[in-house]
Design a protein around this ligand. Structure first.
Ligand code: PLP
Length: 357
């Protein structure tokens, strides 16, 4: 593993060796009691991490699958999709691709959403749902989901909140029940620090009620089928059992670390990277909306990001270029999952050496 590059990219992230090792356990049947026991061990830990009693769907898919599931189950006809970057745009496109009347409400790249902006986007309309990305990984903009959720509860109580928390869940405190989020979804391979191939969603009783009234929910991601099988701690398809073992281990680690400690660790790493970025470059993301799990940095020195990564590879490290149109104009440093302040300090020292900062 000497050629392994430590991942400072926003997914996949570093998976700890003992978590990875769990994936090599011998296979069991997904209808065996051992598999139900595994599921019943994981779910309460996820609920604790998300401060929720909602149903937890452990999906054998990546996060995008659950974006599709959210729209498919909770949008009868129409939704407003809040767009501030590539992943929130994807949520909009998924709604369209599933035949929903989705209306985009776009703000410039690098900015985050707050309650006023979401209210302005809805303009008092009665839509089935809104789609929004809590932590827009393309620009490292973290929207004010607490403020948005509170406003929605007060002004649009009938509208479902479908929230992509793909790159924040497991790195940021997200109190799902307090906020009243209907579908909170994430991929395993971001701040949850699991190998890609599993995704997780917390689904509210209200979302399930809504789903029952929505036709053509599809089969694979049908929340009602999920609910029915979860009553027996089972799944309606053959799930990724190997990920379940890894996830049980990782969730135990997350709980053992202490949730508040975990949120603080992410914040401290973010502050360290931001202060370095402000000294030598400029932060791309609007102030007040800067993510705790990754930082998007304007390439004000016009360096070659690909050359930087070639040099970083000699030190067994890798960072991310900008996403899509932002390639080379920005670059991104992820500080999520199991990375520590020591890792971040090492990365910064190496970059300083390479760039002569
Ligand atoms: C990575 C990412 C996705 C896509 O997740 P997959 O697991 O690759 O399907 C969606 N939204 C956000 C915000 C992401 O960071």
């Amino acid at each position: 593993m000497t050629d392994h590059k430590k991942l400072f990219i926003p997914g996949p992230t570093e998976v700890l060796p003992d978590v990875l090792a769990e994936m090599s356990r011998p296979m069991i049947g997904h209808r065996f009691s051992e598999c139900s026991a595994l599921i019943s061990e994981i779910i309460p830990m996820v609920q604790e991490m998300l401060y929720t009693k909602n149903m937890i769907f452990l999906s054998t898919s990546s996060g995008t699958g659950l974006m599709e599931a959210a729209v498919r189950n909770c949008v009868r006809e129409s939704c407003v999709s809040f767009v501030n970057g590539a992943f929130s745009k994807r949520f909009y496109e998924i709604a369209l691709a599933n035949g929903k009347k989705a209306v985009p409400f776009e703000i410039p790249s690098g900015r985050g959403f707050n309650a006023d902006l979401v209210d302005a986007g809805l303009k008092g309309q009665k839509v089935d749902a809104i789609t929004i990305v809590h932590n827009e990984t393309a620009t490292a903009a973290m929207s004010d989901i607490y403020g948005i959720a509170e406003m929605m509860k007060a002004k649009y109580p009938e509208t479902s909140l479908l929230v992509d928390m793909v790159s924040s869940m497991g790195g940021v405190k997200l109190e799902i029940d307090k906020m009243g989020i209907d579908v909170a979804l994430a991929s395993g391979q971001k701040a949850l620090a699991l190998p890609p191939g599993i995704a997780v969603a917390a689904i509210s009783p209200r979302a399930l009620e809504k789903a029952r009234t929505v036709p053509n929910r599809g089969y694979y991601f049908d929340f009602i089928a999920v609910e029915k099988n979860l009553a027996k701690n089972q799944t309606h398809i053959t799930p990724t059992i190997s990920h379940f073992y890894a996830m049980r281990k990782q969730m135990k680690r997350i709980i053992a670390e202490g949730l508040e400690n975990r949120w603080q660790r992410h914040l401290k790493m973010a502050e360290r990277v931001r202060s370095w970025a402000e000294t030598h470059f400029r932060i791309f993301t609007e102030q007040g909306y800067r993510s705790n799990t990754l930082t998007c940095i304007e390439n004000t020195r016009n360096i070659s990001i690909s050359d930087l990564n070639k040099k970083l590879a000699e030190y067994h490290m890798v960072i991310s270029n900008g996403y899509g149109d932002l390639k080379d104009k920005t670059f991104r440093i992820a500080h999520m999952g199991e990375l520590t302040m020591t890792d971040i300090n090492e990365l910064i020292a190496v970059i300083d050496g390479i760039l002569g900062l």
